[in-house]
Design a protein around this ligand. Structure first.
Ligand code: ZN
Length: 133
């Protein structure tokens, strides 16, 4: 499936090749680029080996173009949001955890939520994702 991913603030395309490019900052304030897979449920993240992130560290994530925070605290302070357009130009919200190593992604359109990852249940308990998004 051919999909595009966009910044919810400036609507710049964030996917290049088969990666989504996100600007990030770790808990100690160091910055780096993260490359996420465009395939929902694939949690391989590429980064420079000098950009140190510990397992369970809470990241801050930003659009690499407008530098606005992608954090979506209406749902949870650990949750970040980007947009997805599928091949039929349908638009979805993609919510994902900013805790490094946590595997948790939600694809949301109107009333419908699809979840991915072994930790997906974690944030579903907190809130109604549909009303909050
Ligand atoms: Zn942006």
């Amino acid at each position: 499936m051919k999909a595009n991913y966009l910044c919810p603030k400036c609507r710049t395309y964030l996917n290049v090749g088969d990666k989504i490019v996100i600007s990030a900052k770790n808990e100690r304030g160091y910055k780096g680029i993260l490359l996420f897979s465009i395939h929902l449920g694939d949690y391989e993240i590429k980064k420079h080996s000098n950009f140190d992130i510990e397992e369970n560290e809470s990241l801050s994530m930003f659009c690499p173009c407008c530098h606005k925070s992608l954090r979506h605290p209406k749902v949870h302070n650990n949750i970040f949001k980007i947009l997805m357009q599928d091949a039929e130009d349908q638009e979805y919200e993609i919510l994902f955890s900013g805790v490094y190593g946590e595997r948790c992604t939600y694809q949301i359109k109107e009333e419908k939520v699809s979840s991915f990852g072994k930790d997906a249940g974690k944030y579903l308990n907190f809130t109604n994702l549909i009303n909050m998004s």
